[in-house]
Design a protein around this ligand. Structure first.
Ligand code: UD1
Ligand code: MG
Length: 478
């Protein structure tokens, strides 16, 4: 994951709350492990935090803690991530209390975030730091036409924030407040841990509310900043609670990625139909038609054309290659100016060198086609190496599997494999050899020779004419 730092003033740490069950997702998978643009939500929040220069991160886990931990450790092997276990979820203040030990002795600013805000960007955190470098408490808010279940921001006569009231605890007039708590805070460590000790559970849900920290800070006459985020910035803090929110976050992330590509010089015929993973890279002057999926760690070099309906995962596609419509590629390398498809399927371990042509209804697996080789139609090429400029005719099949093991086929440079050939592996066809159409090759073919297993064609003069005459007569008798 990218950890490019955005400079910031004070030492800071982050607590990411991710212990909740996420019941509304109705899922066997922990909510924070659901992916947005190919990356688990929790990993997206961690990335934003690290990119904002917050290097000390504590994640509060509870529900499915092992799964969350192993996913994060795999994605961020280098980061200074500590874990706090909240075995029983007694509320957001309780979650943060659980993280106290992991931050023992830390004296800077502590960001508190939720693990379910997948479109949060590092710039937002940097902007808050820039605007409020020294406030001991920053609470981010947003203005909503329908404030629903969000905590309401209650302000005094001079506009100072003095409390956050959860919707379930609000009186009627408080429910009308349209400025709500976005759930992103920055608080000085000392204030935080002193304040947490005072929080009680005397509320509608009987939980320890982190939001009660505001009452404490107000009573202590601490300066509280409360920026009200708008538009795109407010959207970044929209949490995911169910699959509808998840789909909305996905389309926001996709729109963002598509815009990034277009700004970098990629033409997208219909950006709203492209599906990308965060880890895909696409160079300048690539043309992508509609309904394309580009996921995993795919790398697309400049001047590549990807026609409509292609599905591409973990592939490297070099300069000027053309992937024609409705091709399916996974774990393949496509060399420069190669042509693939339409309707081709390149599977794991396929390597096409420069100017190779793989046409319609050709399937390849663990196969290398060397420079300029062609397999233009209807073939299966598995566990094979096909030499430079060899020509594979329509209907060629490498019979690579005997029911127990896979075997290799080698075809030399410049060889010509006639249509409807079966190559019974292991087998070698030498350089420049010619395999006649319809041959079953079960022995090695020496270089520059002809291989042919074709029974003689029998001709019977006037047979067809006689046959028709006889059959028509029979039909008329009935
Ligand atoms: C919280 C805020 C609310 C705010 C909203 C913004 C409180 C009391 N309320 O409400 O003012 O408008 O966020 O989205 O803080 N979690 C734990 N352990 C717990 C409880 C929660 O780790 O014991 C985690 C959840 O997994 C989640 C996050 O904390 O990632 C927020 O919890 P949630 O229950 O969704 O809070 P809200 O009710 O949305
Ligand atoms: Mg809740």
């Amino acid at each position: 994951m990218s950890q490019e730092n955005i400079q910031q003033a004070k030492p800071s740490a982050a607590i990411i709350m991710a212990a909740g069950k996420g019941t509304r997702m109705r899922s066997s998978l922990s909510k924070v492990l659901h992916e947005v643009a190919g990356i688990p939500m929790i990993a997206r929040v961690i990335s934003a935090t690290l990119q904002a220069g917050i290097s000390r991160v504590v994640i509060v886990i509870g529900h499915q803690s092992e799964a969350v931990q192993s996913c994060v450790q795999k994605l961020f092997p280098q980061a200074d991530i500590r874990w706090a276990i909240q075995a029983e979820q007694k509320g957001t203040a309780h979650a943060v209390m659980c993280a106290e030990e992991a931050l023992y002795g830390f004296e800077g600013q502590v960001w508190i975030l939720s693990g379910d805000v997948p479109t949060l960007g590092a710039e937002l955190l940097a902007n808050i730091n820039q605007e409020y470098p020294t406030h001991p408490l920053v609470v981010t808010g947003m203005k909503l036409a329908e404030p629903k279940a969000y905590g309401r921001l209650l302000k005094d006569q001079v506009g100072g924030l003095y409390a956050i009231r959860e919707a379930k605890d609000c009186q009627a007039h408080e429910l009308k407040v349209d400025e709500v708590n976005a759930g992103l805070y920055r608080v000085d460590a000392q204030l935080l841990f002193a304040g947490l000790k005072t929080i009680q559970t005397d509320n509608a849900q009987g939980e320890y509310y982190l939001t009660d920290l505001v009452d404490f800070a107000y009573q202590q006459k601490v300066e509280i900043a409360c920026p009200i985020l708008q538009g795109e910035q407010a959207e970044q803090l929209e949490g995911v609670n169910d699959r509808i929110d998840l789909a909305r976050a996905e389309s926001r992330a996709q729109a963002h990625l598509a815009q990034k590509l277009m700004r970098a010089g990629v033409t997208l015929l219909r950006p709203e139909t492209l599906r990308l993973s965060e880890s895909v890279s696409v160079q300048q002057d690539v043309l992508i038609e509609e309904d394309v999926t580009l996921i995993g760690h795919s790398q697309i070099s400049s001047h590549v054309v990807i026609e409509r309906g292609c599905w591409i995962k973990d592939c490297v596609i070099e300069n000027g290659a053309v992937i024609k419509a409705f091709s399916h590629l996974e774990g393949a390398q496509v060399g420069s100016k190669a042509q693939v498809g339409p309707f081709a399927r390149l599977r794991e371990g396929t390597i096409l060198e420069a100017q190779v042509k793989v046409g319609n209804f050709v399937e390849t697996k663990k196969t290398r086609l060397e420079e300029g080789a062609k397999a233009s139609h209807l073939s299966y090429l598995g566990d094979a190496i096909i030499g430079s400029k060899a020509n594979i005719g329509a209907g060629t099949i490498t019979c690579n599997y005997d029911g127990y093991q896979k075997h290799r086929t080698e075809i030399g440079a410049g060889a010509f494999i006639g249509s409807d050939t079966q190559l019974v592996a292991p087998v070698v066809v030498g350089e420049g050899a010619f395999v006649a159409a319809g041959t079953t090759v079960s022995q090695d073919v020496p270089a520059h020779s002809l291989a042919l297993t074709r029974p003689q064609t029998i001709h019977k003069e006037a047979w067809a004419e006689n046959f028709h005459t006889k059959m028509k007569a029979l039909k008329e008798q009935k």
